[in-house]
Design a protein around this ligand. Sequence first.
Ligand code: NDP
Ligand code: 2IT
Length: 445
Amino acid sequence: MKAKEFLTEIARRFPNEPEYLQAVEEVVTSIEDVYNEYPAFESQNLLERLCIPERIYTFRVSWVDDAGRVRTNMGYRVQHNNAIGPYKGGIRFHSSVNLSILKFLAFEQTFKNSLTTLAMGGAKGGSDFSPRGKSDMEVMRFCQAFMNELYRHIGADTDVPAGDIGVGGREVGYMFGWYKKMQREFSGTFTGKGMDFGGSLMRPEATGYGNVYFLLNMLSTRGIDIRGKRVAISGSGNVAIYTADKLISLGAKVVSLSDSDGTVEIPDGLTREQYDRVFELKFAYRGRISEFAAQEGFPYYEGRRPWQIVKCDIALPSATQNELDGDDARALLANGCVAVSEGANMPSTREAVAEFLGAGILYAPGKAANAGGVSVSGLEMAQNAQKLSWTAEEVDRRLRDIMADIHAQCVRYGTRPDGSVNYVKGANVAGFLKVAKAMHAQGIV
Ligand code: NDP
Ligand code: 2IT
């Protein structure tokens, strides 16, 4: 297999799917050598089968808004690969959702889930519906209409959805409720459920905390202490907020948060009291980061992202794909940034990734760094299957162990001759090998 030829052919077949092609290119380029060490893979045309989703459902979702108007959105579920376990991955509700974005996310999820050490295949779903500005009843009617189509394709041992952008506890609750009604069974078919109906303690915190645990593992390879470090975070949703929570506990300074409208700069670092207020504003009132800036008297930058505004030692992009470009990466490096760990999926553009790898800083791709969320989803599935619940301490301990294990896998497959670690290569090779060996053993299916 020659990566260049393979990628040219994939690009010819899927010309209108830039995010999907971006994700495939990164993985295929970094596994080329390892793939070619196993001639049996190529004899089964394994790479092509691994890059193309096993199945995609596309459907129309019609629902009625509060004014009585009939609204129509698209619904999708991409079941990418189930070689190592049931399809597993989040659901995204955002106006930008399209097939390219969901295909990239499902592809990435397959490698991420492989890294977690748990038995989960890869999937992603969603809709171009935006919950922003909608009433609870509108969100509920939409979720029910969406699930009315999707319920027949999912199940605790088939495909287990969870949250992602625009899908949190409220949306999972509504979707689970409709699933249960249609299927006439109570099962662990969703993760991220409410604590009273099968949810796992620590699932809300898991992605943000897990990213910080991964970061600590990376920093320890260079003897860097997190205390007092200035950390820029983008986003102010589930991942960003719990990342900030853990960083404050560890004595780091959170110097930015953002949303799709702009960035707040927090010059002296977020205090615990300010954190409690931003948590309340975002989760109880679904407020905007501009309101938080106004309330606290912090500088607010309309329409801007944090990377060229704040000076930081560490950057944790935690909003969305391609939110950090080459110019942003150069600005971060010029300001002395020593580590970037991705809370979001594919937040760095190709050019930004090349800058980080070229500079030799600690750079962790999302499929390794943000795997804590789906890991605790896997632990939620395990608890549901046993019909019992573990304590928060137990789940947190397992999460720390899993993040340390993922870090060790990256070190194993990504260590460069000079002893430094290419976490992109390490994560891709480790994630790939497990899925590829399973696919090979199962034949052409
Ligand atoms: P939320 O919906 O809770 O928060 C998303 C945040 O990102 C919001 O602040 C949102 O701002 C901002 N954002 C979303 N889209 C854009 C955009 N196009 N441009 C700028 N800002 C944007 O989602 P999550 O926190 O759950 O997800 C954030 C990222 O983390 C995503 O990449 C997701 O795939 C990834 N992830 C999530 C996991 C999870 O467990 N939830 C697990 C692993 C990865 P606004 O309010 O203005 O839309
Ligand atoms: O991107 C992700 O890993 C998630 N949105 C979480 C998926 C999950 O099934 O918990």
